[in-house]
Design a protein around this ligand. Structure first.
Ligand SMILES: Nc1ncnc2c1ncn2[C@@H]1O[C@H](COP(=O)(O)OP(=O)(O)OP(=O)(O)O)[C@@H](O)[C@H]1O
Length: 236
């Protein structure tokens, strides 16, 4: 069964249809890419999936359960976590405490400290655990956001441009992390402008343009799809 299933989702801002009948399925143990030019509707789709925005029509299902009307906190309890394009970390808390706040909401809240120690180690953040995230370079801050998302032990993880601000070496390590997460059975949805990362880690790629899905397929097919090239890669 699909871990995340979005179907027929439409969102309008005034006369602007940001999403128009969008469907996307993310399976456990796979990385699903979501690409498209600026303003295509990618972040809006994440907002709908995570419950920050109610669509005018369409459905969101998590593990088969209809959560279209559920609050973001309820979706988090059902295993959905996300990161944001703009870092949304607590600057007054240490890196460790940023993760702890999330772990204490998750299914392993009784062993929250251990969960956090494990994630800090996994993301190579142990050395900065007592630092404020505000004092870290953006690329590392993004890892902290991913760590906070992981602290709720998500079944579905939505990542909004996680590699922005990372250097080539950080991005390569990040790609390894994504592969490891899928081995654990997580369904990852990746919004990313770094095409080499998308092509390297995604099992399937959805292309959104002006609120509509214009192509879906494995990365090697998407890379040479004429419609996609015209809409996106051509002007990237
Ligand atoms: N709060 C809002 N109010 C009005 N219009 C909005 C709002 N949020 C998004 N939009 C519009 O909806 C469309 C989709 O925006 P969205 O941010 O989802 O695109 P995106 O694909 O995530 O773009 P980017 O790659 O630049 O982040 C755009 O036309 C945008 O201007």
């Amino acid at each position: 069964m699909a871990s995340l299933q979005v179907s027929g989702v439409t969102v309008s801002f005034g006369g602007n249809r940001a999403l128009d009948g969008v469907a996307l399925t993310a399976e456990a143990g796979r990385v699903t890419g979501l690409i498209g030019p600026n303003g295509a509707g990618k972040s809006t789709l994440f907002d709908v999936a995570s419950g920050l925005r109610r669509p005018s029509s369409g459905q969101v299902r998590l593990d088969g359960r209809d959560v279209t009307r559920a609050r973001p906190s309820a979706r988090a309890r059902h295993g959905l976590a996300r990161t944001f394009q703009r870092l949304e970390l607590f600057g007054r808390l240490s890196v460790r405490d940023n993760l702890l706040v999330a772990a204490e909401l998750g299914p392993e809240r009784r062993r929250a400290e251990q969960v956090v120690t494990e994630i800090l180690h996994r993301l190579d953040l142990t050395d900065v655990a007592d630092t404020s995230p505000d004092a870290l370079p953006t690329g590392v801050g993004r890892l902290v956001e991913v760590g906070r998302a992981l602290a709720i032990r998500p079944k579905v993880l939505l990542l909004d441009e996680p590699a922005a601000g990372q250097d080539a070496e950080e991005t390569e390590r990040f790609a390894e992390l994504l592969r490891a997460l899928t081995e654990d059975g997580t369904a990852v949805v990746l919004v990313e402008h770094d095409m080499s990362l998308v092509m390297a880690v995604c099992d399937e790629v959805y292309v959104l343009d002006l609120g509509k899905i214009i192509a879906v397929g494995p990365p090697e097919v998407i890379r040479s799809d004429e419609t996609v090239l015209a809409a996106y890669l051509g002007d990237a």
